[in-house]
Design a binder for this molecule. Structure first.
Ligand SMILES: Nc1ncnc2c1ncn2[C@@H]1O[C@H](COP(=O)(O)OP(=O)(O)O)[C@@H](O)[C@H]1O
Ligand SMILES: [Mg+2]
Length: 250
């Protein structure tokens, strides 16, 4: 069974950084990983250190446009499948798919329906599927991903951030996707914020699974435009991700 992990939270809290460090952990443990960037504000390829030229959005656009031109006897499912493999970026230890967005504004229900079947089949090839997603959980409401084992809400520890975690829990209740566990990771934690974070999480009855410190090594890499995959083992954020991974049994 593929373990499905979705990382969500408010923009800027560190979803992409946390996703990257979880991928760093997983690939070092020789897990076969499919990483999906499902945030329209795509930046996972950059933090992973991987160049991506085409997205699933482009494939959707192609299928949407070609739908009426394709002869009725061709198998549209297999065309979409081969197109999907073309945009699957193969990296050492993991594969990456970027969802992106189709250009047009039409209804993509037809393509989304095809995509759902293909994605669910593709996912079986991996030990872990990890999705960097936006706070709106758009791809889950379209049921592209039908089941999630661990929904990780990243918060920066501010009241607003914690409010988002609570809102996401409500949203999950309304979704048709099955979510087995919801956890919160507080990120960019400092001495002055840790106490408030622990208290707020308890008040909101959120399961706080880890507190990733504000890490100067991440700040430096971010400024230099360097990926986070090669952060050293002694980076404080990496160490906490190791603790979290242990708790999550990853
Ligand atoms: N633990 C951390 N310590 C220091 N900087 C961090 C940490 N986590 C994330 N950042 C920085 O915060 C910014 C937002 O992080 P990012 O992962 O892009 O957020 P999101 O994906 O939620 O929008 C980036 O500049 C990133 O380098
Ligand atoms: Mg991001």
């Amino acid at each position: 069974m593929t373990r499905v992990i979705a990382v969500t939270g408010k923009g800027g809290t560190g979803k992409t950084a946390i996703t990257t460090l979880l991928i760093r952990h997983l690939t070092r443990g020789n897990k076969v990983v499919l990483a999906v960037d499902a945030d329209p504000d795509t930046n996972l390829p950059e933090t992973l250190g991987c160049e991506v030229h085409r997205t699933i959005g482009d494939v959707k656009e192609f299928m949407h446009e070609e739908r009426d031109n394709l002869p009725p006897d061709v198998n549209k499912q297999s065309i979409l499948e081969s197109k999907l493999y073309e945009v699957l970026e193969e990296m050492p230890g993991y594969d990456l798919l970027v969802m992106g967005r189709p250009e047009g504004s039409g209804c993509y229900c037809y393509v989304n329906n095809l995509l759902r079947g293909i994605m669910n089949k593709l996912v079986d090839n991996y030990d872990v599927l990890i999705i960097d997603t936006e706070a709106g959980l758009e791809h889950f409401s379209r049921k592209i991903f039908k089941q999630v084992d661990d929904l990780i809400v990243v918060t920066d520890g501010s009241r607003r951030g914690m409010g988002t975690a609570e809102r996401i829990r409500e949203l999950v209740g309304e979704l048709e996707t099955d979510v087995a566990h919801i956890y919160v990771i507080a990120n960019k934690v400092t001495d002055s914020t840790s106490e408030t974070i622990i208290r707020t999480a308890a008040e909101l009855e959120l399961e706080l699974i880890g507190m990733v410190p504000l890490d100067e090594m991440i700040v430096q890499r971010d400024l230099a435009g360097q990926p986070l995959m090669e952060l050293p083992d002694d980076s404080p954020a990496v160490k906490e991700i190791e603790n979290i991974s242990r708790k999550l049994n990853l």
